[in-house]
Design a protein around this ligand. Structure first.
Ligand code: FES
Ligand code: FES
Length: 201
């Protein structure tokens, strides 16, 4: 696997993962911590369901889900939004990145029930009025993808990276995008797409 965006990426990636996983660290019942996780590997709470209501891409959505359901599976399997990809399903690749209340989150690590009431933005929600988001267009213009599997996560993360103002240099972009891996190694062009979009923002 390519080594990521490089530079000081290890530190940045750790910081990103800490931010992303913090959302699943505290409110989980002790019993669930002992034997369950967002990937549904353990039986804690099995058979217990909850109604989760979210605003997804500007629309109110709800679903009844098993309490162990990840936000990623809620989006893909229950709400019919398969644009967000499942790569590692372990918080390591960033393919599942969505915005929760404008913050980047690895949705494979987040329990859906913990985000009841939240505002979620996925790759399907970036275009406006039939026009691609400028960063989506930039990925096309600058050839920021090959197989495309990591691309939804890269673009959602890139949108946040621009909004956060972490685009003052290519090195800074690499640092703050280091939670998103690309097995095809399209990093140089991904950074260019983000850099150019930030300049036009
Ligand atoms: S699928 Fe979530 S981080 Fe890889
Ligand atoms: S994994 Fe193929 S374009 Fe990134």
């Amino acid at each position: 696997m390519p080594g990521g965006f490089g530079g000081a990426s290890a530190v940045g990636r750790r910081r990103f993962l800490v931010m992303s996983t913090a959302a699943v660290a505290l409110p989980v019942p002790v019993s669930a911590c002992a034997s369950g996780d967002a990937q549904g590997l353990a039986p804690a709470g099995a058979g217990t369901t909850s109604t989760v209501g979210l605003t997804v891409n500007g629309k109110r959505r709800s679903a009844v889900v098993d309490n162990r359901t990840s936000l990623l599976d809620l989006l893909r399997e229950h709400l019919g939004l398969p644009g967000t990809k499942k790569g590692c399903d372990q918080g390591a690749c960033g393919a599942c990145t969505v915005l929760v209340d404008d913050r980047r989150v690895n949705s494979c690590l987040a329990f859906a029930v913990m985000h009841d009431g939240a505002r979620v933005t996925t790759i399907e929600g970036l275009a406006r009025g039939g026009r691609l988001h400028p960063l989506q267009q930039a990925f096309i213009d600058h050839d920021g993808l090959q197989c495309g599997y990591c691309t939804p996560g890269q673009i959602v993360s890139g949108v946040a990276c621009i909004e956060e103002g972490h685009t003052r240099s290519r090195e800074e972009i690499r640092e703050w995008m280091s939670g998103n891996l690309c097995r095809c190694g399209a990093y140089t062009n991904i950074v260019t797409a983000i850099e150019q979009t930030a300049k036009g923002a």
